[in-house]
Design a protein around this ligand. Structure first.
Ligand code: ATP
Length: 385
């Protein structure tokens, strides 16, 4: 499959507009299975044309939330509004939603075009219209030359696109995708992510995707909701989730991060600028420039991403930066990046990632070297929960 370039990230942020009306609203939704609460008093707004991801570990309630929107489950409490209207009791086939399952659920005995046409025939659309839509969908997912093949004569990526075409053929307003790329290998997954974004953008639909793959969520989404045990912990754009996680849970769940527990020692408020907070992390004094609610004596965590930590054999000349000294304990060579695990005198491990911008085979820093790790005051975060 030819690699396609993804759409240019659009200027699109209706959630920042207080007058924007949400397309989908989950309002105080609770779902219980017996005495187990799968979704717990959850409220969430999703806007028209948004590519929205539900991200979280297995069992956190992502699929249950999506199934309630599709109409396969009813909430125990709360309401789901679509364009302002309560859709409780509306059967799945009468909702403007369509769900694409991870298994694709294609009919093995039917050709690609018959698979795509199936739902339209069920809806008793005129033959000419069905043929026109099937042709349109085959073109959209670039499978025109595979129309007469059966699913077992297709690759995994092609089957995924048939499933996508079949879900889109009925022209839903909202497409629900449950782990849509789970069966694809990494490279094909990445290519298909861009294709999905292209298709969503071209058709101007609202996409809600369930995934436990954080890279996938970061790539495709306008916004991500990070879930834990039936609740949403943070809803934000991928960049905000990564750079400004609101809790230890989100910081730890998304990407790689160093987290140190500590106690606030001093806070300074600066006019018009984030104040400086100093934290004692069990003997390591860390300074952070970040406006935060913490006050002296508060138990907090300090978090810094490995790629924001510099590594050098010499002590940094600038004494205002944060710096710790330790021994290179392990090196993970990832091709584009190397990750250095540095052991401090008290056995704590700090990770620093460095881009491999030159093709040096002999790295200047290696196992057993004593090194300095340092990061500026604005590189890390204070996490109060
Ligand atoms: P995964 O990524 O593994 O699919 P998920 O976040 O989508 O996980 P859900 O499928 O929404 O998780 O399930 C949430 C919780 O609700 C799980 O603990 C699951 O066992 C439970 N659950 C889901 N459906 C039912 C059901 N029909 N009866 C009882 N418990 C259920």
């Amino acid at each position: 499959m030819a690699k396609t370039l993804g759409p240019v990230k659009r200027k699109f942020s209706p959630w920042t507009d207080p007058s924007a009306v949400p397309f989908i609203r989950f309002e105080n939704i609770t779902k219980r299975f017996g005495d187990f609460t799968a979704v717990d008093n959850l409220t969430l707004d999703i806007y028209e044309r948004e590519f929205f991801s539900l991200l979280g570990p297995s069992g956190c309630g992502k699929t249950t939330l999506m199934r309630m929107l599709a109409g396969f489950e009813e909430p125990t409490e709360g309401r789901i509004l679509l364009q302002g209207k309560d859709i409780s009791g509306v059967p799945p086939y009468r909702r403007p939603t369509n769900m694409m399952f991870q298994s694709y659920a294609l009919f093995p005995h039917m050709t690609v075009e018959k698979n795509i046409a199936f739902g339209l025939q069920q809806d008793k659309l005129p033959k000419g219209e069905i043929a026109a839509r099937v042709e349109e969908m085959l073109k959209l997912v670039k499978l025109e030359q595979f129309a007469k093949r059966k699913p077992n004569q297709l690759s995994g990526g092609q089957r995924q696109r048939v499933a996508l075409a079949r879900s889109l053929a009925k022209r839903p307003q909202v497409l629900l995708l449950d782990e849509p790329l789970g069966a694809l290998d990494k490279k094909l997954r990445e290519e298909t992510q861009f294709e999905l974004m292209d298709i969503q953008h071209t058709l101007g639909l609202t996409f809600l995707i369930v995934t436990h793959d954080q890279e996938e969520a970061m790539t495709v989404s306008d916004r991500i909701a990070v879930m834990d045990k039936g609740v949403i912990v943070q809803v934000a754009t991928p960049a905000e989730i990564y750079e400004a996680p609101n809790s230890r849970y989100v910081a730890d769940f998304i990407g790689d991060i160093n987290i140190f527990e500590g106690t606030v020692t001093t806070t300074e408020s600066a006019l018009g600028a984030p104040g400086k907070v100093t934290i004692d992390c069990d003997g390591i004094a860390v300074a952070v420039e970040q406006g935060c609610q913490a006050v002296s004596g508060d138990k907090v965590a300090f978090a810094v991403r490995p790629e924001k930590v510099r590594i050098s054999p010499d002590q940094p000349a600038d004494t205002s930066v944060n710096a710790v000294h330790g021994e290179v304990w392990d090196i993970g060579y990832l091709g584009d990046f190397s990750v250095f695990l540095v052991k401090l005198a008290d056995d704590r491990i700090v990770r620093a990632a460095q881009a491999n911008v030159s093709r040096l085979v002999d790295r200047p820093i290696t196992f057993g070297d004593m090194v300095w790790l340092h990061w500026p005051l604005d590189a890390g975060l204070v996490l109060t929960r």
